[in-house]
Design a protein around this ligand. Structure first.
Ligand SMILES: C[S@@+](CC[C@H](N)C(=O)[O-])C[C@H]1O[C@@H](n2cnc3c(N)ncnc32)[C@H](O)[C@@H]1O
Length: 277
């Protein structure tokens, strides 16, 4: 495997995002019919953890005490696949996690724009029959991949939110999805930096009139604007049982990751119907 060094890999946001991802993938196994997962912003797939990296406040807090976390067994077993049972050196990105959940009848599409990340991604998943890797801009290529021919599966959108208009890109893709593949599962991760931008995004998701929920996972107080106090996921058409499982496991996880000086809080926001601010 080609490991990309990363300061951010395995941080609090990754743990939250990947725990949710594993629950959705696990739920897709409830039926034998094939599914497809589109990962629009895939990254390189696997990361070598850096000393003093952000993982120390993320997976680094959970891993040494993993027997205390039976509810995270599926997620932790993917990490164990990379590291064995001893210390943690590597962290799986979303493509690695998705690959672990593909059955012979399923497939995945990975998109990545940054050339270095793409080369690693391509190398890591080369020759796997049911995985295709594309060096493309996810936003302009979205229409080429969605709707999925299986009519079953999910689209994961995990952009870097470096561009000022990233929420607009996400909303445009969701609108396209709502129009052409209404029964798809959509999972969008976003940073909880600006309350105003999040509110505007929620308003746009409500306007889709789909089965949408936002899950806000905070480990630091959220009254300071423009700081990564936490992150959120909008989940549209969550498979049956996933929201209940999240309600049970995310609060203790936030407590476990917040540390002594943090402020753990998990909020669920119903984004169905019309918007009232
Ligand atoms: C937050 S990282 C993805 C992490 C990955 N989803 C995971 O959970 O392991 C975002 C990735 O999107 C890539 N990217 C940025 N803009 C893109 C675009 N327009 N289309 C496709 N990929 C893009 C970046 O190079 C980066 O690797």
């Amino acid at each position: 495997m080609n490991y990309r060094h990363s300061f951010h890999a395995g941080n609090v946001a990754d743990v939250f995002k990947h725990v949710v991802l594993v629950l959705v993938l696990r739920a897709l196994h409830k039926k034998d019919t094939p599914f497809c997962v589109v990962d629009t912003h895939a990254g390189s797939g696997v990361y070598q953890l850096e000393r003093l990296g952000e993982f120390e406040q993320g997976i680094g807090l959970i891993w040494p005490e993993r027997e205390r976390w039976p509810v995270l067994a599926d997620y932790l077993s993917v990490i164990e696949k990379l590291n064995g049972k001893a210390g943690i050196k590597y962290y799986p990105g979303s493509p690695f996690i998705i690959r672990e959940y593909l059955r012979p009848q399923d497939r995945a599409v990975f998109m990545e724009l940054q050339p270095g990340e793409y080369v690693n991604l391509k190398t890591n998943f080369n020759g796997i029959k049911n995985i295709s890797v594309h060096h493309v801009d996810a936003w302009s290529s979205f229409k080429a991949f969605v709707p999925l021919r299986e009519n079953r599966g999910m689209v994961l959108m995990d952009p870097p939110f470096e561009a000022a208009n990233e929420f607009d890109n996400v909303v445009a893709a969701l609108k396209q999805g709502a129009r052409h593949w209404r029964n798809g599962i959509y999972m969008v991760w976003y940073p909880f930096k600006s309350r105003m931008m999040v509110r505007k995004f929620h308003q746009a998701v409500r306007a889709l009139k789909m089965e949408a929920q936002a899950i806000e996972f905070m480990t630091l107080p959220d009254d300071v604007e423009n700081r990564l106090n936490g992150s959120s996921i909008v989940l549209i058409n969550a498979p049956w049982g996933v929201m209940d499982a999240l309600r049970e496991l995310l609060s203790p996880l936030a407590v476990g990751l917040a540390g002594a000086s943090g402020k753990p809080e998990v909020r669920f926001v119903d984004l169905r119907g019309s918007y009232t601010a």
